[in-house]
Design a protein around this ligand. Structure first.
Ligand code: SAH
Length: 226
């Protein structure tokens, strides 16, 4: 198999990408088809669908191999389950699967499929794209097992300094503030570390977003150009 496209994403590093798509509807990504697949014919009719499945390679972790069991963050990071009972990136075949909303399709110069809500790292190689078919893919009586922990989202607040920076960026990056809120509400801190003094940083678009967290709140301290 070879990549048919590559992802340009607002998520420039793995840290702070949500655990699944749909948790951050303001996240923007573009799948740019690669030659010889970059033909308008390849996506003819795709505009009739609201969402797509993206099948991709976990290129950012593929060199770290795999394990028969993993410790999902949802279980507090201390209980093991089989890799096939998880959506871990450390799989025998490092293949990812994400559903995302189609925001637009451009075919003037190559082919670019704009997506929202995708949990994809910048540079992700795309192996396949298929339309999402609600009549077959949406299952009303399905359940989540251990992945459903019912934890509440964090409240997200901004320092006056961060608000000033975001206001100045609003024209060029209209979704940045909402994106920060959605990402931090998921509490991306590793291993439930609860250190209210520690400042964390994440790379969104061309910015380093700095924040602190207490148990129930995240405060964005600064948004800096990188
Ligand atoms: N929805 C996918 C991914 C779930 S795991 C699936 O179920 O297969 C979610 C994690 O994938 C995120 O935390 C992000 O850090 C990671 N991720 C996204 N794109 C990646 C890539 N190209 N390489 C490695 N990890 C990636």
């Amino acid at each position: 198999m070879q990549a048919i496209g590559v992802v340009e994403s607002c998520f420039k590093e793995k840290f702070a990408i949500p655990r699944q798509p749909g948790l951050t509807p303001s996240a923007e990504a573009i799948v740019r088809l690669l030659p010889p697949y970059d033909k308008p014919d390849m996506v003819r009719g795709l505009e009739q669908f609201s969402h797509v499945w993206v099948v991709f390679a976990f290129h950012g972790t593929a060199d770290q191999g795999w394990n028969p069991t993993v410790r999902p963050p949802k279980l507090g990071g201390n209980k093991r389950v089989g890799v096939l009972a998880t959506r871990s990136t450390f799989r025998p075949n490092p293949i990812g699967l994400s559903v995302a909303r189609i925001a637009g399709i451009e075919t003037d110069d190559g082919v670019r499929i704009a997506l929202t809500g995708a949990d994809l790292l910048d540079g992700t190689p795309v192996l396949d794209i298929k339309p999402y078919l609600p009549y077959a893919d949406a299952i009303d009586d399905a359940w989540n097992g251990y992945a459903d922990d019912g934890s509440l989202p964090l409240l997200v607040n901004f320092s006056p300094e961060a608000e000033v920076t975001l206001a100045a960026l609003a024209d060029q990056y209209p979704k940045l503030r909402d994106l920060i809120c959605e990402v931090l509400a998921q509490d991306p801190r590793p291993g439930y570390a609860d250190d209210p003094v520690r400042e964390y940083g994440m790379h969104l678009y061309d910015f380093n977003v700095r924040w602190r967290s207490t148990g129930h709140e995240a405060i964005v301290t600064r948004v800096e150009a990188r």
